[in-house]
Design a protein around this ligand. Structure first.
Ligand SMILES: *[C@@H]1O[C@H](CO)[C@@H](O)[C@H](O)[C@H]1NC(C)=O
Length: 174
């Protein structure tokens, strides 16, 4: 009975520590970079079951998942818009440029994950920094042509950037 109680207490203690790990990590990220949205950080990491048992390196890998989804979502919108834009139009050329940026970001993201997996944190940070810039650079493509980015791009751009900032901040703690 005593043994059972001890084990229960250990389990409870363990769960508490796991929850705190996400919050503590997001808090550290927020302190190192004021652009980190703490609420989004805790919500997005906690939504992955693996985050309960993850260490900092595990959380860095988990943080790449919502980033990958956000990147896929904006790429898909950009592809749809591009396919309906008139050939040779400025909008179409901006969308082509954005698609190139997103493809490049997807490759950088994959490199960042591979680098974290093989403990090359400096490389991970460099690759992730490159990936994070993509949505901002895409919006700039339109602004440079004195155009507003299409709403489907604009709406997905900031969430993507925010996820990227979180991922980069976690990698920077490694
Ligand atoms: C932070 O993220 C939460 C959850 O996604 C969102 O509701 C909130 O508006 C965000 N805050 C800022 C300043 O972007």
């Amino acid at each position: 009975m005593a043994m059972f109680l001890v084990m229960m207490m250990m389990l409870v203690a363990d769960t508490t520590t796991a929850t705190d790990m996400v919050e503590e990590t997001c808090g550290r990220c927020r302190r190192s970079n004021p652009n980190v949205n703490y609420t989004l950080c805790v919500a997005s990491l906690s939504s992955y079951p693996g985050s309960r048992a993850a260490d900092l390196r595990g959380l860095a890998l988990i943080s790449a998942m919502p980033l990958r989804s956000a990147l896929a979502a904006i790429s898909s919108s950009a592809t749809d818009l591009r396919d309906t834009a008139s050939p040779g139009s400025p909008v179409r050329s901006c969308l082509d440029a954005c698609l190139g940026l997103f493809r490049h970001a997807a490759l950088e993201l994959r490199s960042a994950v591979a680098a974290v997996e093989s403990w090359r944190y400096g490389d991970a940070r460099t690759a992730m920094s490159a990936a994070v810039d993509a949505p901002v650079t895409c919006e700039d493509e339109f602004k440079d042509q004195a155009m507003d980015p299409p709403p489907a791009i604009k709406d997905k751009s900031n969430p993507l950037f925010q996820q990227g900032v979180i991922s980069l901040a976690i990698i920077s703690l490694l």
